[in-house]
Design a protein around this ligand. Structure first.
Ligand code: UDP
Ligand code: MG
Length: 181
């Protein structure tokens, strides 16, 4: 399983789109394993947008991102990073595909509702930047069996691995008992 970071930015919060955005991730089949409302700090955003620090829009971007609280999410799923980027759409909302979050709800290059990590490596760093370890909660979700096919589940579901090793241990114990008898 892969994890990715999503931020519902101040425009998403102010435009009352929190529920709508989260619903899109939920109904796709992504699992929410981290969720909080937080006003982002300048030092966090300096790291987060360090690659944009020389851009003319940088200061405006920092002001916007610190203006009111954001919603922060950690989502889990197979190929979660790419799946979420596809659901979010391209940076310039005016050009984003219809059906994507930015394509459906935004008109701006800057106020484009959501942030989503771009690669697996970046996602890991971004999750660590915004979440403490104890704020991420692993659990079994009941709809899991219907979201992935058998081989995907075997490969990716941690409790399947546990279940399998339980079964292996049980089979071994049974075999040993049989030998003794
Ligand atoms: N941004 C901006 N002006 C630009 C390009 C980007 O204000 O010309 C902002 C916008 O909010 C964008 C963020 O900077 O989401 C990060 O830019 P990036 O190129 O990483 O886009 P993203 O990964 O969010 O699609
Ligand atoms: Mg980016």
């Amino acid at each position: 399983m892969r994890r990715t970071l999503v931020i519902i930015k101040p425009d998403g919060v102010n435009r009352c789109l929190i529920g709508e955005v989260i619903q899109r991730f939920e109904r796709k089949g992504l699992k929410i394993i981290g969720l909080k409302l937080e006003r982002l700090k300048v030092y966090q955003l300096k790291d987060h947008y360090s690659h944009l620090s020389s851009k003319p829009f940088y200061q405006e971007l920092m002001n916007y991102m610190t203006s009111i609280p954001c919603i922060l999410l950690v989502l889990e799923g197979k190929d979660a990073v790419q799946v979420v980027r596809t659901l979010v759409g391209s940076t310039n909302s005016r050009e984003a595909d219809v059906g994507t979050i930015r394509g459906d709800f935004a008109m701006s290059v800057q106020t484009n509702i959501v942030h989503a990590s771009e690669t697996n490596e970046i996602a890991e760093k971004e999750i660590q930047r915004f979440f403490k370890e104890e704020e991420i909660i692993e659990y079994d979700q009941l709809n899991f069996n219907w979201i992935y096919c058998g081989s995907e589940k075997e490969q990716y579901h941690p409790s399947d691995v546990e279940w399998k090793s339980d079964q292996e241990q049980y089979a071994k114990a049974k075999e040993e008992k049989r030998k003794i008898e």
